[in-house]
Ligand binder design. Structure first.
Ligand SMILES: [Cu+2]
Length: 169
């Protein structure tokens, strides 16, 4: 009888979904997300920021409502308006579109850092979406001002500081 097959099929589907690769559950906001170019500004200071491009391949917008990291308990979502940055409640990644977190724009703010962030250091973030799903991102720290390679071996350049000022933009 055909009706006997239905429970069997259902059981098979459940088994399949339970054997996923550990990624976000299908149908959640996190499942449609992909990340590229994730990086963190290396710093000796107690504040920094993380940047990345988040894309959303789902048919619905995805809303990031929080971010956590092992680096600090004080990670916030920030936007920049009129050269001033401030916390926001969420970032929206439009359906079939992307959101760029970049210097001078939206970013993940990191505060109360206990230790310096070294270039090359890998930092893991967990983005939380408003349906409760989460997405893990690994970002690599880099020296945003650039030019620090020249310090290696102590052979510094006289003009190093000027370079740093100008490469910020
Ligand atoms: Cu900020």
């Amino acid at each position: 009888m055909f009706s006997r097959l239905v429970p069997l099929l259902f059981a098979a589907l459940l088994t399949l979904s339970a054997c996923g690769d550990g990624g976000p559950d299908e149908g959640t906001q996190a499942a449609g997300i992909a990340v590229a170019d994730a990086w963190v500004k290396a710093t000796d200071a107690d504040m920094s920021a993380a940047f990345m491009v988040l894309s959303n391949s789902a048919e619905k917008d995805a809303t990031v409502v929080g971010v956590t990291t092992d680096l600090t308990d004080s990670a916030e979502l920030h936007e920049t308006k009129d050269d001033m940055m401030r916390p926001v409640d969420s970032f929206t990644i439009p359906s079939m579109d992307s959101l760029m977190l970049e210097p001078g724009g939206d970013h993940v703010m990191l505060m109360d850092l206990a230790d310096p962030i070294e270039p090359g250091q890998e930092i893991t973030f967990t983005l939380e979406f408003d349906d409760g799903s989460t997405f893990d991102v690994t970002a690599t720290a880099k020296d945003f001002a650039g030019g620090d390679e020249d310090y290696e071996g102590g052979k510094g350049h006289e003009d190093h500081e000027d370079l740093e000022d100008h490469e910020g933009h």
